[in-house]
Each structure stands twice: as C-alpha cells, then as structure tokens.
Design a protein around this ligand. Structure first.
Ligand code: DQA
Length: 156
C-alpha cells in the first residue's frame, strides 16, 4: 500500500490555542498539536490546516475527497452550527474522525450536539492535545482495515 495521507482540519479559533481559555483548552499551541499528529502518523503523510472561515473548511473537506485516505477534523464551533459542513463531509467515502480537545458533552447544553458526528466514523474528545494523537491513530487503523479488506476482495 502506498504511504497513506491523513488530512487534519481545524476550525475557527484554534489558531489561538495556548492563549484562548487555557483552563479548558490547555497551554499547547496549534504547532504543538501538529507535531503530535505527525508523530502519531507513524510515517503516513499529514496535511495539517486551520481556518477561521466556514467556506474554506468546506473547500478543504471537498479536496480531501480525492487527496486523503482519512480525515481528522476538529470543527470547533462550526461543528455545532454548520449543516453545510455536514453536507460536505457526507460527500466523502473515506473515514472521518471528529476530534475535540475538550469534552463538549460535559459542557454547555449548546455544545452537546454536533452535526459533524452524523458523518463521523467515530469521535475522540476530552483528552486535550492527546485527542489528536488518538484520532490520527484511529484514522491509521481504519485506513489499514480498508486496505486489508481491499486486498481480500480485489476489484476486477
Ligand atoms: C472544541 C469544542 C467546541 O465546542 C468549541 O467551539 C471549540 C473547540 C474542542 O476542541 O474542544 O472551539 O472543538
């Protein structure tokens, strides 16, 4: 199997990681989180991006349709609001792992629902930056499973 490619997308305000509500999101920066993802990827290629703009996030999700073997996404606030982001994610046929630093289920009522979960293979939340480590590892596992399944039943 060629080297897998994992896209890691980060939504609004995550550029402020390390200074934004550190009691909730911790002191590590987004660059620290990127390094965690690269280490967790075990040699797979990681494309790591952040945007504050919903349309940009959707463009990157669409790009992942042809460029990625799996997608890890921390949609941040857009997870709770964006049907357009959900629609874009539903166009993917690769594994999608939703990832949060905090545990939104244990926070305010309005964070307890995310549209993204409807399109996700699984959700990792509440482990701080280690959520990304676990999400990338889950992505690798799902990519491998798919590769194994393809090897078992090759297309003719
Ligand atoms: C977050 C949780 C969201 O509710 C919030 O809007 C964020 C960050 C997290 O990583 O814990 O911006 O996605």
């Amino acid at each position: 199997m060629a080297q897998p490619v994992i896209h890691v997308l980060n939504g609004p305000n995550l550029n402020l990681l390390g200074v934004r509500e550190p009691h909730i999101y911790g002191r590590e920066t987004l660059a620290d989180v990127q390094a965690i993802c690269e280490r967790a990827a075990e040699g797979a290629a990681v494309v790591f991006r952040q945007t504050n703009h919903e349309g940009q996030l959707i463009d990157w999700v669409q790009e992942a349709r042809s460029q990625a073997d799996a997608l890890v996404i921390n949609p941040a606030g857009y997870g709770h609001t964006s049907i357009a982001l959900l629609d874009a994610l539903k166009s993917l046929s690769i594994p999608v792992i939703e990832c949060h630093l905090s545990n939104p289920a244990a926070r305010e009522e309005f964070r307890r629902h995310t549209y993204v979960s409807l399109a996700a293979s699984g959700v990792v939340s509440g482990f701080g930056p280690q959520s990304y480590h676990l999400a990338v590892q889950a992505a690798l596992g799902l990519i491998r499973e798919r590769g194994d399944a393809a090897a078992r039943s090759p297309q003719t």
